[in-house]
Design a protein around this ligand. Structure first.
Ligand code: GLN
Length: 542
């Protein structure tokens, strides 16, 4: 019988619910249980695919092609497991299913109502996810903050599950305890209010994870215990950490795993977090840096720089840097500055390597192309991810093959030199404005050619990588690109699509049509990122 652990957030958004959820999963997994996780997003969007990354962060893509929340990426990285559509719920998905069923007479003429039909649909979806993954524990992260209007029906579903199977459901509240500078003391009041808000939804938290700048001390644990109806031992200290990968270990310092087992009436179990602890030691060890510049456009909101849009890219760089014994340092470079001022390109020399990640639309394109040209000519290691690969092809076509107006039909619809062109099946979808969930999505096989950088990295010919794009390298230009030295080092055989392109006589110049960052795991860095960082490190030591 699966046990369900609901994780909700209180006080503020962004307290790290996703990572807390993933960490609880990691601990239970380390005790030998089968763990799965589900994310509930309270928005009406059916999936994250149409959301502006500046608003909601990265769109993560699973193997089965679900465009979902970045937290699914956290679950995959922590648990080293693949998830999919069944592990992702949104208000939109739930309502869409209920409405479709009603239209098909699936409710036999009954009046279909928000309560109970919506929570019932949520419950049955969670149960399906648990069954699919044959989970001993299903962690369910409820998006938003308690007290929000948007997630009430999900909390209602959770409350109903607890009533129906009291021994199989547990509630964790992740809250935030501020330490206002002028007071200099950690305050528990917002947490008390968050618990009240949860209580008013009919839910009593069993465990409170207390996020704060510093560890929560005994008197405050006691205070939370007194005011919030939990044992002081069930208040888990969660101070800020340098690396998110320390969190499972921190939770275990407060004995979280066995507290959970106890609440479910299960026997206490030893954990095996040895590999994980080794990783954390490696992360904490002092070491030289490797400095990577990311040329992108989804990171400036007002006066703040947000890194969420490229979360998996950042994590992949970290995994690979640690594997190469380096401390990663990442700098955000705005593509548009290179359009206004070519002189600014000189700054690229300061970096050990440059990445152009995925992206959509024409803004910033010419700046990125200039940056890529600079990397190619000055032999700075370059790694292009999806759009970054397409732009590397465009740059090469323009400046090496002499195809001066080479571009992608994403930017110039009726281009005479479309070296990157829309896939034929995608053309129809775009014309009919069918944008949602219709890109080339999810995992596809790719054949890697021997004697290439890609083969050196992977060490094998058959790989599977995840995609999210509508455009691709136009096969009409393959010959001319190849004749000037571009190597098509990976191809999808079924549709004859170029998936990896690279250049010789360069420390590292490679682009992938797929998104390797989606499959990098802390204990298994992605081979291409590992190889890229290796080249960055080698270049610097010359
Ligand atoms: N906009 C490009 C395409 O649709 C690249 C997409 C991406 O970088 N994910 O093909």
């Amino acid at each position: 019988m699966t046990k369900f652990i609901f994780v909700a957030g209180g006080v503020i958004s962004g307290v790290g619910k996703g990572v807390a959820t993933a960490s609880i999963g990691k601990i239970l997994q380390s005790k030998g249980f089968r763990v799965s996780a589900a994310k509930i997003d309270p928005y009406i969007n059916v999936d994250a695919g149409t959301l502006n990354p500046l608003e909601h962060g990265e769109v993560f893509v699973t193997s089965d092609g679900t465009e979902c929340d970045q937290d699914i990426g956290n679950y995959e990285r922590f648990l080293d497991q693949d998830f999919g559509s069944a592990n992702y719920l949104t208000t939109g998905r739930v309502y869409q299913a209920v409405i479709n069923r009603e239209r098909n007479l699936g409710y036999n003429g009954k009046t279909v109502e928000v309560v109970l039909h919506i929570p019932e649909e949520v419950i049955s979806r969670l149960q399906l996810a648990a069954e699919k993954d044959k989970a001993d524990f299903l962690l369910v992260e409820v998006g938003g903050t308690v007290g929000d209007y948007q997630n009430l029906l999900f909390l209602e579903a959770a409350r109903m599950m607890k009533r129906r199977m009291p021994d199989q459901v547990l509630f964790v509240l992740v809250t935030y305890l501020p330490v206002p500078e002028n007071i200099g003391e950690m305050k528990t009041k917002p947490t008390q209010h968050a618990v009240r808000a949860l209580n008013s939804a009919g839910i009593q938290p069993d465990i409170i994870i207390a996020r704060a700048k510093v560890p929560v001390d005994k008197p405050r644990k006691q205070k939370i215990s007194d005011f919030c109806n939990v044992d002081a031992d069930d208040v888990i200290s969660a101070p800020d950490v340098a690396s998110i990968y320390e969190i499972p270990i921190n939770f275990e310092n407060d004995n979280l795993g066995n507290r959970i087992l106890k609440k479910f009436g299960l026997e206490q179990r030893e954990k095996d977090l040895k590999e994980w602890e080794k990783l954390v030691k490696k992360i904490q060890a002092p070491k030289e840096t490797v400095h990577i510049g990311i040329v992108g456009k989804y990171f400036e909101i007002g006066d703040f720089t947000l890194m969420d849009s490229y979360l998996s890219v950042i994590e992949s760089i970290k995994h690979a840097a640690w594997a190469n014994g380096r401390e990663p340092k990442i700098t955000w470079l705005s593509a548009e500055q290179y359009e206004k001022n070519s002189g600014a390109l000189q700054e690229l020399k300061q970096y050990d390597g440059i990445i152009v990640p995925g992206g959509f639309g024409i803004r910033g394109i010419e700046g990125k192309i200039k940056a890529i040209q600079f990397c190619r000519e000055k032999k700075i290691p370059y790694f292009g991810l999806c759009l970054g690969m397409q732009l590397a092809v465009i740059e090469f076509a323009r400046n090496v093959c002499g195809l001066k107006d080479a571009t992608s039909t994403e930017f110039v619809k009726d281009s005479k030199t479309p070296v990157i062109d829309v896939m034929p099946d995608q053309k129809v979808l775009l014309e009919e404005k069918r944008y949602g969930g219709t890109m080339r999505l999810g995992a596809y096989p790719c054949k890697v050619n021997k004697k290439t950088i890609a083969y050196r990295a992977y060490g094998k010919e058959d790989i599977v990588e995840r995609h999210r794009h509508r455009y691709e390298l136009n096969n009409k230009y393959r010959e001319v690109l190849a004749s000037k030295g571009m190597v098509m080092s990976g191809v999808n055989a079924e549709r004859d699509l170029v998936e990896i392109a690279e250049l010789k006589e360069h420390p590292f110049f490679l682009g992938t049509q797929f998104h390797p960052e989606l499959q990098s795991r802390p204990l298994r860095p992605h081979p291409l990122f590992r190889e890229f960082i290796k080249a960055c490190v080698t270049k610097r030591s010359h």
